[in-house]
Design a protein around this ligand. Sequence first.
Ligand code: FNR
Length: 197
Amino acid sequence: DKLSLLVIPGSVRQGSLNCTLARAAMRIAEAQGAATRLLDLRALELPLYDGDIEAKQGVPAGAVELIEAIMQADAVLVVTPEYNGFPTPLVINAFDWLSRAPAAASRPAGLQATANKPLGLLSASPGALGGLRAMNYLRQYFQMAFGMLAHPRQFALSRANEAFDAEGKLKDDKARQQVEAVVQSLLQLAGAVKTKA
Ligand code: FNR
């Protein structure tokens, strides 16, 4: 059975550098024998977290979609820019909602779905740090609050506005090798976790 990788970009705008990097990582994962799925967080149509919405309507359907996507995946790869040194609200809001989802007949609670799930981190930015600071916050967020198994290997693509060719491929061999190494080590961890389960 192929390992399945769920790829979640933290920016979904047209021309997003992080979406471009996410797609490059997906092609790399497929070349390494994995099945991949891209999850568009915007399509989940999650409102900004609001305790009154939760009290009146419960957790929105989009959070359940996110839980189901994570359950079906052997590993999750988050590919995000940083805003003012911080992860994007798109990512944090989606996972804050997930963390509020209780167990139901058909599925576990949000935090049960994420527990012990292998996680990889990539980021891209036109700047010199490439989104490194956001990745470090996300590592802490996903490990400490969600129990995910964040792989130590991560990569921040700096000068990302110059990094891709017209087909969205990474021009620089060293950058491509870094992404390959992140994907490979994540898939190895996912394989080890799956074998033990
Ligand atoms: C940014 N950007 C940015 N870049 C960076 O390297 N460090 C930072 O702290 C910030 N801060 C920041 C704040 C806000 C509100 C915005 C909108 C942008 C620039 C950012 O990296 C750039 O817009 C990327 O192109 C965003 O990623 P996508 O959308 O191309 O994937």
